[in-house]
Ligand binder design. Structure first.
Ligand code: URA
Length: 250
C-alpha cells in the first residue's frame, strides 16, 4: 500500500493527526483494568501466557470436519443456551486461506441480524484498522469466540466459550493463519487461558497451541470507539502484527 493510502486509512481510524509514522513498537507496561467494548472483567493475576496449554482438544468429530461440514455443525449447534436466544449463528467470514485471522468476542445485534461478524460500528472501525495494515476485510478471516449472540450483549459465559471452542479451533486448523489478532478482553483471555487484562497482554507477541501460531492482542474496536485516545496503542499492536507477518514470509 502506498503512503497516501495508508494515511487515508489511518485517518479513518482517527489517528493520523498525532500518530508518528515512524513510531516504533515498544511494550508499554500498564496496570489499568481497561476492557473492550463490553463489561469490565476480572483483573488478572500474572501468569506466563506463552506457556499456557493449547486450546482443549474439543470434540473429535469436529476435529475432522471440512468447511461445509463445519458450517452445518455450527448452524445446527444446540450445545449451549445461547442458540435459543439468537436469530442465527454467525460462523465467520473471509478468506479460508487468510494469513491473518481476527478473533472477536461474540455477535452483537447487527451481527445477529446479518449473520456476519463485525458489521456494526465496531466492524467499520475494524475494517479501517485492517486497511491501515494493508488488508482488505475479505482477505482476512474474521470469527468470534462464540457463534451466537449472548442476550443483552452480556459477556459469553466460560461454559459457552468452552462449548463453542471446538468450532473455532477447527477454523484455526483449517485456515492455518500466520497470525491471530485477538481483539478485546474476551478473545484474548479465552484464547490465552488467562485473566490478565488487555492492557497487559497487548504490546507483545504470544503464541497459541501446538503450532505456536503468533498471536497479538489489541483493544476491541468498540472500546476504541469509546476511548479513542487508545488508538495509538492499538496502532502499535497492528504494527507488531504486521512486522510478525512480514518476518513469517521469509
Ligand atoms: N463485537 C465482536 O466481538 N464481534 C462481533 O462480531 C461484533 C462485535
Amino acid at each position: 500500500m502506498d503512503e497516501l493510502n495508508r494515511r487515508r486509512y489511518l485517518d479513518a481510524m482517527g489517528i493520523s493527526l498525532w500518530q508518528r509514522r515512524d513510531l516504533e513498537f515498544a511494550p508499554i507496561p500498564e496496570s489499568s483494568g481497561e476492557v473492550d467494548g463490553r463489561a469490565a472483567g476480572p483483573v488478572g493475576t500474572e501468569v506466563e501466557t506463552a506457556e499456557q496449554p493449547p486450546l482443549s482438544s474439543g470434540n473429535d468429530t469436529v476435529e475432522q470436519m471440512d468447511w461445509p461440514l463445519l458450517r452445518d455443525a455450527v448452524r445446527n449447534c444446540q450445545s449451549c443456551e445461547l442458540r435459543a436466544g439468537c436469530t442465527q449463528t454467525v460462523f465467520g467470514v473471509g478468506s479460508t486461506e487468510a494469513d491473518l485471522l481476527v478473533i472477536g468476542e461474540a455477535p452483537g445485534a447487527d451481527e445477529d441480524r446479518q449473520g456476519e461478524p463485525f458489521v456494526g460500528r465496531a466492524g467499520q472501525l475494524l475494517n479501517a484498522m485492517l486497511l491501515a495494515m494493508g488488508y482488505k476485510r475479505e482477505s482476512v478471516f474474521i470469527a468470534n469466540i462464540v457463534k451466537c449472540r449472548p442476550p443483552n450483549n452480556r459477556d459469553p459465559k466460560p461454559e459457552e466459550a468452552l462449548s463453542c471452542e471446538p468450532y473455532l479451533k477447527r477454523q484455526i486448523e483449517l485456515i492455518q493463519p500466520r497470525l491471530i489478532l485477538a481483539v478485546g478482553r474476551i478473545a484474548a483471555q479465552n484464547l490465552l487461558r488467562t485473566d490478565i487484562t488487555v492492557g497487559k497482554l497487548r504490546g507483545r507477541l504470544h503464541h497459541l497451541g501446538d503450532r505456536q501460531i503468533p498471536l497479538v492482542v489489541t483493544y476491541h474496536p468498540a472500546y476504541l470507539l469509546r476511548s479513542p485516545e487508545q488508538k495509538a496503542k492499538s496502532w502499535q499492536d497492528l504494527q507488531l502484527a504486521l512486522s510478525t507477518l512480514r518476518s513469517a514470509e521469509v
